[in-house]
Design a protein around this ligand. Structure first.
Ligand code: DC
Length: 217
């Protein structure tokens, strides 16, 4: 008899825009030898396809058709990081048909050995409700706006802090209020407020939580 494959380790990292999910998820994946999926890039790629074809992100059928066509090749486009694409991503993400179209890709990614770290809004609640460890990161909108501004400037994009803050507040509201898989902490998620923490402190804290979870199973 061949020994059974070990169950893939899945770590969910959820939270609002610019809270540091991507940084933490990438570092956790490197540390534990797992693959990393930024699930926001799937919604951004869907939005980009709709925008480039001159469509309206608010149209569910068109956005769902775009989501069904997403492949790995769509996920490396630098335009995915543009702020207008982020806003449009938050609009296409309100459509149940879009979310259903992207679910199989995300679950398939998580299921492949040795496992994965997925960051997003609904990983712990909908995409991977059985993830062994779930994080939900939080920080004030003001702190996140300053972080996003620094990130934009490092890419040579000039913006005004008040505008970035308004966009973050608008996106939070849309992501939280939608009826399809709204952004919210899973009941069993470890919540970390990163407002006063640097990326290294968040990482060390998260590793301690994962290690404790792994040693107890
Ligand atoms: O994480 P991000 O900023 O790249 O995400 C862009 C948008 O995609 C976000 O405003 C909401 C949506 N999204 C989602 O609804 N569910 C996810 N798992 C990831 C992102």
């Amino acid at each position: 008899m061949t020994p059974a494959e070990p169950t893939p380790l899945v770590i969910a990292v959820d939270g609002p825009a610019a809270v540091g999910k991507g940084t933490l998820a990438r570092r956790l994946a490197g540390h534990y030898g797992l693959r990393h999926l930024d699930t926001g890039s799937l919604y951004r790629a869907t939005a980009l396809r709709v925008l480039r074809s001159g469509g309206d992100p608010a149209g569910e059928a068109e956005a769902a058709a775009a989501a069904k066509g997403i492949t790995d090749d769509d996920l490396g486009d630098p335009a995915l990081r543009d702020e207008d694409v982020g806003q449009a991503a938050s609009v296409v993400a309100t459509h149940g048909a879009v979310r259903r179209a992207l679910l199989g890709y995300q679950r398939g990614f998580a299921a492949r050995p040795p496992g994965a770290v997925l960051d997003g809004r609904d990983i712990g609640t909908v995409v991977c409700p059985d993830a062994q460890v779930k994080f939900y990161l939080e920080a004030t909108a003001e702190v996140r706006a300053r972080r996003r501004l620094c990130e934009l400037r490092s890419r040579g994009v000039e913006s005004i802090e008040s505008r970035v803050l308004d966009e973050i507040i608008a996106r939070d509201a849309r992501d939280r209020r939608r009826s399809a898989a709204p952004m919210k902490p899973a009941t069993d998620a470890c919540r970390i407020d990163t407002s006063a923490l640097g990326p290294d402190e968040v990482f060390v804290h998260a590793v301690a939580i994962v290690d404790a979870r792994l040693s107890s199973t």
